[in-house]
Design a binder for this molecule. Structure first.
Ligand SMILES: CC/C=C\C/C=C\C/C=C\C/C=C\CC/C=C/C(=O)SCCNC(=O)CCNC(=O)[C@H](O)C(C)(C)COP(=O)(O)OP(=O)(O)OC[C@H]1O[C@@H](n2cnc3c(N)ncnc32)[C@H](O)[C@@H]1OP(=O)(O)O
Ligand SMILES: Cc1cc2nc3c(=O)[nH]c(=O)nc-3n(C[C@H](O)[C@H](O)[C@H](O)COP(=O)(O)OP(=O)(O)OC[C@H]3O[C@@H](n4cnc5c(N)ncnc54)[C@H](O)[C@@H]3O)c2cc1C
Length: 572
C-alpha cells in the first residue's frame, strides 16, 4: 500500500486501542454488536480518555455519563472547556465511534471512570451527530498523518447497553454493580506492554542506519598519509553506537518477555484470577517508561553520529525520532509511570519484605535484601570483588543497586513522616528517589532478562557475541550510573576505572561483528526507508537521486525568484 508500514496512521487507535478495549471490556452481546463491524472497518473507533485539562489524573476527568432510567439511556456531557476530550488519535476526522471514558453517575451517586461506546458521526454521511462537536486539534511536533482530535459532547444520549459491562454493570433500574476489581477499568496495560517492543524496534532501526552508514562513510585521517578511515573505526563512534546496539538486543528480549507476560497474566485475569495484575501493571508501567526514555535518547545519538546527512530526512532518523518521542508521554507519562511502579509496587513490596514476607516475581530480590539486612554486616563493609567478565555477578550487582535505591526511597518517606509531613507530602518530597528506585529496578530487570536469554542460545558463536553485547550493556549502564553503585558501596573507584577499560576492550571486540549484528535485525530497505541505511551501502548515488526528487527541484528557476527576489532587487 502507499502507506509506509511503520508510519503512524489514523487507524492506529482503532487497531491498537479500540479493538483491544472491546476485547477486554465488552460483554459477548457487545462484542457481537460492536466488534464484528469494527473488525470490518464499518465502525471506526478511537479511545477518548484524555481531556484538555487532564491526561494523567484520571480521577480528575470531568466528562459525565448520567444514567436516565426513564429512557434507559446515559447522557454524555462535557461540562467545562477543560473537559473537552483532547488528543485521541483518529478522533478529528476518521472515527465514527469513540470509547469515551466518563464519570458514571447513577441514582445520584458518582461511581468513577467507566467506558462508554459513543457514536460520533453518521455511519453513511460521516457528518457529526447531534450534540457532537468534533475536529482536529491542529498541527503537532509530528504524527502529521494522524488526526488527533477534540470531542465536545452536549447532552448526547446513548443506550444503557453502550456502557462496556464485562466487569462493572448498571441495571435497568439504575443500580450499580461493582466490578470484581476496580483496577480492571484502568486499561492501558496492553498498549504499555506493546510499547516496550516498539522501543526495541526504534533502536534496531536507528542503530542499523547509523552503523551501516558508519561502515561506508570515510572521514578525516587516522594515520598520516593513509586513506580516510571508516568512521566506525573511531573509538568515539563505537562508544556512541555499540551500546545502542546492545540496548536494541536487550530491549528485543524484554519486549518479547513483556508480551509473553501480558498474554499469561491477561489469560489468568480472563479466568478470574486477578492476583498478578499489580505485577503486570508495575512491570508494564516501569518498562514502558524505562525503555522509551532510553530509546528516545539513543535515536538522537544515532542521528548525530551520522553528521549532516543524519539531519536529512533521507536518513529516516528525524522521522524515527519525531514518531517515537511521544511514547514518553502517551499511554502514561513516563515520570508518572515510574512513580506508579515505585509507590504502588516497590515500596509496598519493600515493606512486606521488611516484615519477613517472601516475595515473588520481579521483586523477589527485596526479600533477599531484607534478610541480608538482618545478618551482621562483614567488617570490611567494602565492595565485593568485581568481575568485568562474569555476567551473573553483574546481574547481582544491579539487583543490589535496585534494592539499595528502593530502601533509600522508603527511608526517605519515613524520614519525611518523622519530620511531621503528611503521607502525601512525604511521598512528594521523596519522588525523585522513587523515580530513581523504579529506574534501577527496571534496569536490573533488563540486565537479568538479557542474561537469562543467553541460556536459551545453543549456537556457540551466537552465544559468544550476544554475551559480549550483554557485557557491554551491563558495564556501560554501570559506568553511566556509577554514582548509584559507589553510593551504595557496591563499587570502588579502582573498580570503576577497570570498568571503563573493559568497555574499551569490548568496543574493539564488537567492531568486526557490528554490521552483521545490525543485518541480523533483518530490517529491509522498505521498512528502514533510509538512504544512509541501505543494505547495499550505495549511499552517495541514492542521496543525490533523493535530492533530485525534491519538489523544489521540479523547476530550474523556482517561482520565488520571479515573485519575490526580482521585485525586491528592483526596489533596492
Ligand atoms: C495492535 C497494535 C499493537 C502495538 C502497536 C503499538 C502502538 C500503536 C497503537 C496505538 C498507540 C498509538 C498511539 C498512542 C495513543 C495514545 C493513547 C493514550 O495516551 S490513552 C491515555 C493514556 N493515559 C494514561 O495512561 C493515564 C495515566 N494515569 C493513570 O494511569 C492514573 O491516573 C494513575 C495510575 C497514574 C493514578 O490513578 P489513580 O486512580 O490515582 O490510582 P492510584 O495511583 O491511587 O492507584 C490505585 C490502584 O490502582 C492500581 N492501578 C493503577 N493503574 C492501573 C492499571 N493501569 N492497571 C492495573 N492497576 C492499576 C494501582 O496500582 C493501585 O493499586 P493498589 O491500590 O496500590 O493495590
Ligand atoms: C501523540 C499523542 C497521542 C495521544 N493519543 C491519545 C489517545 O489516543 N487517547 C487519549 O486518551 N490520550 C491520548 N494522548 C494524551 C496522552 O495520554 C496524555 O498527554 C498523557 O497521558 C499525559 O497527560 P497530560 O498531557 O495531561 O500531561 P500532564 O499529566 O499534565 O504532565 C505534565 C507534567 O506534569 C507531571 N505530572 C503530572 N502528574 C504528576 C504526578 N502525579 N506526579 C509527578 N509529576 C506529575 C508530568 O510528569 C509532566 O512532566 C496522546 C498524546 C500524544 C502526545
Amino acid at each position: 500500500s502507499c502507506v509506509h508500514p511503520d508510519r503512524p496512521e489514523p487507524l492506529d487507535l482503532h487497531l491498537g486501542m479500540f479493538l483491544p478495549t472491546l476485547l477486554n471490556q465488552a460483554t459477548p452481546e457487545q462484542m457481537e454488536r460492536f466488534f464484528t463491524p469494527a473488525w470490518n472497518l464499518r465502525i471506526i473507533g478511537t479511545y477518548a480518555q484524555t481531556e484538555m485539562g487532564h491526561g494523567t489524573h484520571l480521577r480528575g476527568l470531568e466528562t459525565t455519563a448520567t444514567f436516565d432510567p426513564s429512557t434507559q439511556e446515559f447522557v454524555l456531557h462535557s461540562p467545562t472547556i477543560s473537559s473537552i476530550k483532547w488528543w485521541p488519535g483518529g478522533l478529528g476526522k476518521t472515527s465514527n465511534h469513540a470509547i469515551v471514558l466518563a464519570q458514571l453517575h447513577t441514582q445520584g451517586r458518582c461511581h468513577g471512570l467507566h467506558a462508554f461506546i459513543v457514536p460520533i458521526r453518521d455511519m453513511d454521511t460521516h457528518v457529526p451527530l447531534p450534540g457532537v462537536v468534533v475536529g482536529d486539534i491542529g498541527p503537532k511536533f509530528g504524527f502529521s498523518e494522524v488526526d488527533n482530535g477534540f470531542l465536545k459532547l452536549e447532552h448526547v444520549r446513548i443506550p444503557l447497553d453502550n456502557m462496556l459491562m464485562k466487569f462493572a454493570k448498571v441495571e435497568p433500574d439504575g443500580t450499580y454493580v461493582k466490578p470484581p476489581s476496580a483496577k480492571l477499568t484502568y486499561g492501558m496495560v496492553f498498549i504499555r506492554s506493546m510499547i516496550v517492543g516498539q522501543s526495541a524496534l526504534a533502536l534496531a532501526k536507528s542503530c542499523t542506519i547509523a552503523i551501516r552508514y558508519s561502515a561506508v562513510r570515510h572521514q578525516s585521517e587516522l594515520r598520516p598519509g593513509e586513506p580516510e578511515p571508516q568512521i566506525l573505526n573511531y573509538q568515539t563512534q563505537q562508544h556512541k553506537l555499540f551500546p545502542v546496539l546492545a540496548a536494541a538486543y536487550a530491549f528485543t528480549f524484554v519486549g518479547q518477555y513483556m508480551k509473553d507476560t501480558y498474554r499469561r497474566i491477561s489469560g489468568d485475569i480472563h479466568a478470574g484470577d486477578y492476583s498478578q495484575l499489580p505485577e503486570l501493571h508495575a512491570l508494564s508501567a516501569g518498562l514502558k517508561a524505562f525503555t522509551t526514555w532510553a530509546a528516545n535518547a539513543a535515536i538522537e545519538v544515532c542521528r548525530m553520529s551520522c553528521g549532516g546527512h543524519g539531519y536529512s530526512r533521507s536518513s529516516a532518523l528525524p522521522d524515527i525520532y519525531v514518531e517515537f518521542t511521544p511514547t514518553c508521554t502517551y499511554e502514561g507519562e513516563n515520570t508518572v509511570m515510574m512513580l506508579q511502579t515505585a509507590s504502588r509496587y516497590l515500596v509496598k513490596s519493600y515493606r512486606q519484605a521488611s516484615v519477613g514476607q517472601r516475595l515473588q516475581g520481579s521483586v523477589s530480590y527485596l526479600s533477599e535484601a531484607a534478610a541480608q539486612r538482618l545478618r551482621p554486616r562483614p567488617v570490611s563493609g567494602g565492595a565485593a570483588p568485581l568481575s568485568t567478565q562474569d555476567l551473573l555477578s553483574l546481574v547481582h550487582l544491579y539487583q543490589r543497586r535496585a534494592a539499595s535505591l528502593v530502601e533509600l526511597a522508603a527511608k526517605s518517606i519515613q524520614q519525611e513522616l518523622q519530620r511531621g509531613r503528611s503521607q502525601e507530602e512525604a511521598w512528594n518530597h521523596s519522588s525523585i528517589d522513587l523515580v530513581r528506585a523504579s529506574d534501577a529496578h527496571c534496569h536490573f530487570v533488563v540486565v537479568k532478562l538479557f542474561v537469562d536469554k543467553l541460556e536459551q542460545v545453543d549456537d556457540a558463536a551466537v552465544k559468544a557475541v550476544l554475551s559480549t553485547l550483554a557485557l557491554l550493556y551491563a558495564l556501560k549502564g554501570l559506568a553511566d550510573n556509577s554514582g548509584d553503585f559507589l553510593q551504595a558501596g557496591l563499587l570502588t573507584v579502582p573498580q570503576a576505572t577497570r570498568v571503563s577499560a573493559r568497555i574499551k576492550e569490548l568496543l574493539e571486540e564488537l567492531r568486526p561483528d557490528a554490521v552483521a549484528l545490525v543485518d541480523a535485525f533483518d530490517l529491509n530497505d522498505r521498512k528502514l526507508n533510509s538512504v544512509l541505511g541501505r543494505y547495499d551501502g550505495n549511499v552517495y548515488e541514492h542521496l543525490y537521486e533523493w535530492a533530485r526528487q525534491s519538489p523544489l527541484n521540479a523547476t530550474e528557476v523556482h517561482e520565488s525568484f520571479h515573485k519575490y527576489l526580482k521585485p525586491l532587487r528592483s526596489r533596492l
